[in-house]
Design a protein around this ligand. Structure first.
Ligand code: HDE
Length: 696
């Protein structure tokens, strides 16, 4: 037996030592029919292992065009990453209209009910580089490219309905301030540092978006559990040229859910790709994420009655004032075939809109209309990026634009100008079908000014704070304290507290206390009187959570001797209710009760409880006793408990809970109570939080 095993290995080792030139056989073998490998010019490659040398131990020849072509291509495999939103995950899907807006717009995509239109959606973090982690505290990009019959429509939004600045002029400053500091090159993907807080504390207008960034919205549990917002007001135009203002909303079918900050931090180590993997795996198993598409429609008269200016992108319109009407849905049902070709090369642009939709005068939107096209020129290398498959419209398109870097088309004929009379089929403008802009009268005075109606920076963050429940308020206050405790400059910390006092006096006090500030800094004089507006209950995540197990993940800890009948009872019921279940054990296979060999999904040390929404364990007492001495097992439960997860712990497991200093509460049940456990698993055990964490 032993001789038989070692013999082929010896042979392979001898073979590897033999120098192989042209015609050398690769050492692996596999089935299938493999096409002949060629160079990019189509020349068959004879050997993909060895470069061309003057002799077996001599120098490599410059003549080796195969090597040079391969290395040159490799050297240029990366393109400049996006300056913001570099880290992204995406999927293909479709948009389906369920209610026509024909009264308000001529856009076919918003009037043809039942039509399924292909789309591509990319979610992203803002601050980190392309290789950064998925779970930092950050606003998420939510960009949708809909390939409509009338051209591409890009809704390039975020998972927060407001932005940090009112005018595009400040965007480069904001981004410089939030990204890693330029001298030291850190922190990556984090706003918890001096330059970010220095900047925002000098920009009162950013306070509302800061509140969103410090709220649980900025640490989503899954990309599938985030809302998306177009932020700016846009216009819809009907056949008569009448305009209605509109704000766009995406609502996740799974409802919203967030991580706990401590959990998000641990997830960064447990799984850098937590969100990317979650999205990919869900689509891969046919669990297609879905969002409702909603619109807030309002007239100029309604806009005039709002106590703030809707053109100011630091303001949201509470849906209690103007309801969100659901008019369609987005389903993501296909993973990209290639991350680079699609997710990386996709080029969004808020200026891509279709006839029947138009822009508003939001000064941030106006600046964005320039920026995206410009950024693609350097990111994708030239003006023909619209020909890359992921960017190309799926409807016919034609014009007289020609040449440039990477022209993929071969235009025919003599006519590349207009007017022309030489060919009958050259493209011409079409006044009837063409894009129209709203005929807005503008008789203002030119100047670099900020409208007076943009001056109130505190009433809306106050309204937002008051719309959160107590738990969410405490998370927000604690997040600000966490971030400021990473800020080394005392006057920056004080300035933030001074703003927060304006947002809400109690919030300011709590943050000051959390930082151990001896004295409250004086509040900053507001530019406009602060008003108390009605809270918007629709903005709370916890208060609006969906009563469902769909999209939740459950981990079950087992070991040798575990009773698979009990395990399967939980697994089957959980999966039936829409959850995904993974078995975790000290080894990748266990010998279950009765002797059956059972394959395991995750090895304990590499599968911490942070990646699950609820955990269960079915262990023989002797195995549990061993695990009670195992840090990974103790942490598994300690973290699950600390992150407010439901726990189903068998009798044996109690030893591990004890080792972790856990006093079971109402969220800890016996695994036999499958129904009760799965009910608890739908949400977090909020009542436990004061017992495990001191919040501000
Ligand atoms: Fe962007 N933004 N942005 N932004 N943005 C980019 O375009 C910019 C803003 C948003 O998945 C860039 O292709 C300016 C608001 C998303 O590929 C760049 C201003 C909102 C994405 C750019 C803003 C966004 C971007 C970088 C202020 C929410 C990622 C690479 C006037 C409504 C899209 C690129 C994707 C990307 C500029 C403000 C959302 C540099 C100048 C407000 C989701 O062009």
């Amino acid at each position: 037996m032993a001789t038989k095993k070692t013999a082929p290995a010896k042979k392979a080792a001898t073979k590897a030592k033999t120098p192989r030139g042209n015609g050398g056989e690769p050492q692996y073998q596999s089935g299938g029919t493999h096409p002949t490998m060629t160079t990019a010019q189509g020349i068959p490659v004879p050997d993909n292992q060895n470069s061309l040398r003057s002799s077996p131990r001599g120098p490599t020849l410059l003549e080796d065009f195969i090597l040079r072509e391969k290395i040159t291509h490799f050297d240029h495999e990366r393109i400049p990453e996006r300056i913001v939103h570099a880290r992204g995950s995406a999927a293909h899907g479709y948009f389906e209209l369920t209610k026509s807006l024909s009264k308000f717009t001529t856009a076919k995509i918003l009037t043809e009910v039942g039509e399924k239109t292909p789309l591509f959606t990319r979610f992203s973090t803002v601050a980190g580089g392309a290789g950064s982690v998925d779970t930092p505290r950050d606003i998420r990009g939510f960009a949708v490219k809909v390939y409509t019959k009338e051209g591409n429509w890009d809704i390039v939004g975020n998972n927060a309905p407001v932005f940090f600045i009112q005018d595009a002029m400040k965007f480069p400053d904001l981004v410089h301030a939030v990204k890693m500091e330029p001298d030291r090159g850190f922190p990556q993907a984090a706003s918890a540092h001096d330059t970010f807080w220095d900047f925002v504390s000098l920009m009162p207008e950013s306070m509302h978006a800061v509140m969103w960034a410090m709220s649980d919205r900025a640490i989503p549990r899954s990309l599938r559990m985030m809302e998306g917002f177009g932020i700016h007001s846009f216009r819809l135009l009907n056949a008569k040229g009448e305009s209605t203002f509109v704000k766009f909303h995406w609502r996740p079918k799974l409802g919203m859910q967030s991580t706990i900050w401590d959990e998000a931090v641990k997830l960064q180590a447990a799984d850098n790709d937590f969100h990317r993997r979650d999205l990919f795996e869900a689509i891969d198993r046919g669990d297609y994420p879905e969002w409702e598409f909603g619109v807030q429609l309002f007239t100029q008269e309604q806009a005039d009655k709002l106590p703030f200016d809707h053109l100011d992108p630091t303001k949201l319109i509470p849906e209690e004032l103007i309801p969100v009407q659901i008019i369609g849905r987005m389903v993501l049902d296909r993973n990209p075939d290639n991350l680079f070709a699609e997710t990386e090369q996709v080029a969004f642009c808020p200026a891509n809109i279709v006839p029947g939709v138009d822009f508003s005068n939001d000064p941030l939107l106006q600046g964005r209309l320039f920026s995206y096209l410009d950024t693609q020129l350097s990111r994708l290398g030239g003006p023909n990026f619209h020909q890359i498959p992921i960017n190309a419209p799926k409807c016919p398109f034609a014009n007289h634009q020609r040449d440039g870097h990477m022209q993929m088309e071969v235009p025919k004929g003599r006519v590349n100008y207009e007017p022309s009379s030489l060919e009958d089929d050259s493209p011409r403008a079409n006044a009837k079908q063409g894009f129209r802009s709203f005929a807005q009268q503008d008789d203002g005075v030119k100047g670099r000014v900020r409208a007076e109606s943009f001056a109130d920076h505190y009433s809306m963050p106050r309204m937002y704070f008051h719309s959160l429940n107590e738990t969410e308020q405490a998370h927000l206050a604690s997040a600000v304290v966490f971030e400021l405790s990473k800020v080394g400059t005392p006057h920056v910390r004080e300035r933030v507290v001074a703003h927060m006092r304006n947002v809400d006096p109690d919030l300011g006090q709590r943050i000051a206390d959390g930082l151990g500030m001896a004295k409250l800094p004086p509040a900053i004089a507001p530019a406009a009187p602060i008003q108390d507006w009605e809270p918007s209950p629709a903005l709370s995540i916890i208060e609006n959570m969906k009563d469902t197990l769909q999209g939740r993940a459950i981990g079950i800890l087992v070991a040798d001797g575990s009773d698979m009948d009990s395990v399967n009872k939980i697994k089957i019921a959980a999966e039936k209710a829409g959850a995904s279940v993974k078995l975790v054990a000290p080894k990748l296979a266990i010998k279950a009760k009765g002797g059956a060999q059972v394959a395991i999904d995750g090895q304990l040390a590499g599968t911490p409880s942070t990646i699950f929404d609820a955990v269960a364990s079915i262990l023989m007492p002797e195995e549990a006793a061993k695990l009670a001495k195992e840090a990974a097992a103790v942490d598994w439960f300690r973290d699950a408990f600390g992150h407010l997860k439901a726990i189903a712990a068998c009798k044996g497991t109690q030893q591990i809970l004890q080792a972790g200093g856990i006093t079971p509460d109402g969220g800890v049940v016996d695994p036999k109570e499958v129904k009760e456990f799965l009910e608890l698993a739908k949400t977090r055990q909020w009542a436990r939080e004061p017992n495990v964490r001191t919040l501000c």
